[in-house]
Design a protein around this ligand. Structure first.
Ligand code: ZN
Length: 310
């Protein structure tokens, strides 16, 4: 029993080592691992119950090491508390990040995941807490496929938030993301791109990256926008280091699903490679501009009247 358990520990150690090496070599921190890790954690748990004390301790240490490998999307220090629309990357390499908001959502999120898988690419999903509560399995699928995730508030509303209300919107979503997927993320996207209603200010104070976008597909306007127009909006406005706004949830997103293969193919023809938002920020070649979020009391209400629902 003891020898068998030591062998298991050794196998797990090799696994952990391989994962670490793989993650570093792909500059792809915080991704992969979830399915395999869960399996190994279970193996350690069940064997650990009957093992001798010393081995139990080793098992616990290993379990901790594996837990630390769960996806963690940290923001580079230079971007913490900043509003970011795109990254200043090496223009020769043409990297771009597709982002999907308002899920997880039945059917469309899974269709988006299928298309991304067929194209062997990763993207970033900004999740709404109340949708995550209803669709936890879809969120786990997003993470298992190796995509990055961010926080898009609990209820996706546009009114002014008191500091306590803003904290609840963001903290409750953060807690549920962790509880559901094991992921910690410090990427926040304000609903509607609104920066002055108290939500972004709270995110800034808590060192989130406040992630806006540089390319709007206009799919937030619903199915009235033709598929070809969505694709054209992205393909004509793409730039290296860009962040593309798309939606996989919050309503009928069938036109987004239809446009996605054209968008991917068109960007590939222009020479783009796809990365997640955390990967894109990791490629930044110069310091980001300092653009602090305005405190909510300095905000004039006019913003709320002009922003589309995003
Ligand atoms: Zn949204």
């Amino acid at each position: 029993m003891r020898i068998a358990f030591i062998a298991l520990i050794a196998m797990c150690a090799i696994l952990v080592s391989n994962i670490i090496t793989s993650e570093i070599s792909h500059a792809n921190r915080g991704m992969v691992v979830s399915a395999t890790v869960t399996h190994k954690e279970n193996a350690v748990n069940s064997d650990g119950l009957t093992a001798e004390a010393g081995i139990e301790e080793q098992g616990e240490a290993l379990k901790l090491a594996i837990a630390q490998l769960k996806p963690k999307f940290e923001v580079p220090e230079a971007f913490q508390g900043k509003v970011i629309r795109e990254a200043k990357t090496n223009t020769e390499d043409k990297f771009i990040a597709l982002t999907f908001d308002d899920g997880p959502w039945p059917r469309t999120t899974s269709k988006v995941l299928e298309i991304l898988k067929e194209n062997d690419m990763k993207a970033t999903f900004f999740l709404i807490g109340k949708h995550l509560k209803d669709n936890p399995e879809i969120a786990r699928e997003i993470v298992a496929d190796g995509h990055a995730i961010g926080n898009h508030t609990w209820s996706h509303q546009y009114h002014k938030f008191s500091p306590a209300e803003a904290a609840k919107e963001i903290d409750d979503t953060e807690a549920l993301i962790y509880e559901t997927t094991g992921v910690k993320t410090s990427y926040f996207r304000p609903p509607g791109g609104m920066l002055k209603n108290g939500l972004a200010a709270y995110a800034e104070q808590n060192s989130y990256a406040v992630m806006m976008w540089s390319v709007d597909s206009a799919d937030s306007r619903g199915n009235g926008v033709p598929v070809a127009t969505l694709a054209k909006n992205v393909l004509e406005n793409a730039r290296p280091g860009g962040v593309v706004l798309l939606h996989d949830g919050g309503g009928d997103r069938s036109t987004t699903v239809q446009a996605l293969p054209q968008i991917i193919e068109g960007l590939r023809q222009q020479g783009y490679k796809f990365v997640t938002v955390p990967q894109l920020l990791g490629m930044q070649t110069e310091a980001p501009p300092s653009q602090p979020v305005m405190p909510p009391e300095e905000h004039a209400d006019k913003d709320t009247q002009t922003l589309p629902s995003q």
